[in-house]
Design a protein around this ligand. Sequence first.
Ligand SMILES: CC(C)(COP(=O)(O)OP(=O)(O)OC[C@H]1O[C@@H](n2cnc3c(N)ncnc32)[C@H](O)[C@@H]1OP(=O)(O)O)[C@@H](O)C(=O)NCCC(=O)NCCS
Length: 98
Amino acid sequence: MRLLQLSPLGVLPEHQGRGFGSALVQASLEGARDLGEPLLLVEGNPKYYERLGFLRADELGLLPPPEALYDWAFQVAVLSDGVALPQGRVVYPEPFKH
Ligand SMILES: CC(C)(COP(=O)(O)OP(=O)(O)OC[C@H]1O[C@@H](n2cnc3c(N)ncnc32)[C@H](O)[C@@H]1OP(=O)(O)O)[C@@H](O)C(=O)NCCC(=O)NCCS
């Protein structure tokens, strides 16, 4: 099953802290929802992503791929209520493995 992942996400240092990162995340969530995607994955700091609606993925049955730096950094935004989430270990495509 194919899943969407948002990260890596970056804002140029001179433009950080002005809401651009949050706007990019919000637009991505809306776009994925509009496409009918059940979820959006991200690897990043929970302190940043939890306020944008992301939850720790392994607690919902989506286990991080071996390449993920930290289990706690692998997160998921659930985009539709009442849909059973896919369960198991996520596998990154080749470009993500390097
Ligand atoms: C993380 C990043 C994308 C956020 O983009 P941004 O445009 O600076 O973020 P916003 O302006 O929307 O939000 C700023 C808030 O996020 C917090 N924040 C920024 N980077 C953070 C991080 N790595 N971890 C935790 N909080 C972070 C700021 O402290 C600020 O908090 P405040 O609103 O309480 O003051 C950007 O800082 C970045 O490119 N960082 C370097 C790359 C990186 O670390 N990417 C990891 C994500 S995959």
